[in-house]
Design a binder for this molecule. Structure first.
Ligand code: FE
Length: 182
């Protein structure tokens, strides 16, 4: 059971200490802060797991770390989904796949949301295609995972606080084990 979680945590240790591009936290700090926000919100183990792993695609894609600065969208949400959907159910993998879509959705339906985004997130929004059109909004809302994707997006946005103390990776092992596809 623990082989997969050990492998995931090892990837965090190898790739997670780099800066989360344009933010004042490392990738691992960002993902731990997102999981911590989910935990404090009373989210189910599957959604806490999604929050912890939502940017896993940044660790395992093979493009340079500063791709966004060169105008390249790494499609990290699809990279993460391709790997994680092999090991976790859609309650984990789908909100992750939709977490960029949720940003584009929120920019379209919540006028105040754009103002809450970090400058780096505003920059990547352009690369990701900008706010959704009304037709795209309707399509997004039709997904059974739209609500969890929006919740995950809020945890993602909350996970950029320099110096915030959080539980460590091992604290989330039980959530990952509970969320695993059996
Ligand atoms: Fe993120």
């Amino acid at each position: 059971m623990s082989g997969l979680v050990d492998e995931i945590f090892q990837v965090f240790r190898e790739y997670g200490s780099g800066q989360y591009l344009g933010e004042a936290v490392s990738m691992t700090e960002h993902m731990l802060q997102s999981a911590y926000a989910a935990e404090r919100d009373g989210a189910a183990p599957t959604l806490v797991t999604a929050a912890l792993l939502h940017d896993y695609g940044h660790f395992i894609h093979d493009l340079p770390e500063d791709a966004a600065e060169h105008g390249i969208d790494t499609r990290h949400e699809e990279v993460a989904h391709a790997f994680l959907s092999e090991h976790f159910g859609p309650e984990v993998a789908e909100p992750i796949r939709l977490h960029v879509a949720a940003k584009r959705y929120l920019c379209a339906v919540d006028p105040s949301y754009l103002g809450e985004l970090s400058p780096a997130s505003v920059h990547s929004l352009d690369l990701q295609g900008g706010p959704y059109s009304p037709a795209e909004v309707a399509e997004f809302e039709a997904s059974p995972y739209a609500n969890d994707a929006v919740r995950l997006r809020r945890y993602d946005d909350a996970g950029k606080v320099a110096g915030l103390r959080t539980p460590d990776l091992e604290h989330y092992r039980p959530d990952l084990e509970a969320a695993r596809r059996t």
